[in-house]
Design a protein around this ligand. Structure first.
Ligand code: THU
Length: 128
């Protein structure tokens, strides 16, 4: 799937984010075994238990039995246009999930042209 289309999926998923505390909507869309899966950030009253959009999308794919993840797109639709990359890239926990579950996927960040892999974002990742 082309990058623009997958990012459009991520942006449209973000409209369904459940983020009553931060009001910072994030959507993720990924391609796994040729199928698109989407995820959103889900916040609950115990803030530390928040689920990020990336992990939500990864869980959706694996729950469906789709394991080979080739592309992941992330959109932080409430980030201001001038927000730096660090305000739009996956958090540390999501990076570890990506390192484990999508080690070879191409990563697209809405608003940035550069294409990453998780090795760029999490060098020397832990693994078993
Ligand atoms: N968030 C994500 O969904 N993905 C990330 O990688 C970074 C942060 C969410 C968590 C929380 O709901 C909101 O963005 C603000 O931190």
């Amino acid at each position: 799937m082309d990058r623009t289309t997958l990012l459009a999926h991520a942006r449209s998923a973000a409209l369904r984010a459940h983020c009553p505390y931060s009001h910072f909507r994030v959507g993720a869309a990924l391609v796994a075994d040729g199928q698109v899966f989407e995820g959103v950030n889900i916040e609950i009253s115990s803030f530390g238990l928040t689920l990020c959009a990336e992990r939500s999308a990864l869980a959706a794919a694996l729950s469906n039995g789709s394991h080979t993840i080739t592309q992941v797109a992330v959109a932080c639709i409430d980030a201001p246009p001038e927000a730096p990359l660090g305000q739009r890239t996956p958090c540390g926990a999501c990076r570890q999930w990506l390192a484990d579950l999508a080690p070879d996927a191409l990563l697209y960040i809405d608003g940035f042209e550069q294409v990453f892999t998780i090795r760029d974002l999490l060098p020397h990742a832990f693994g078993l």
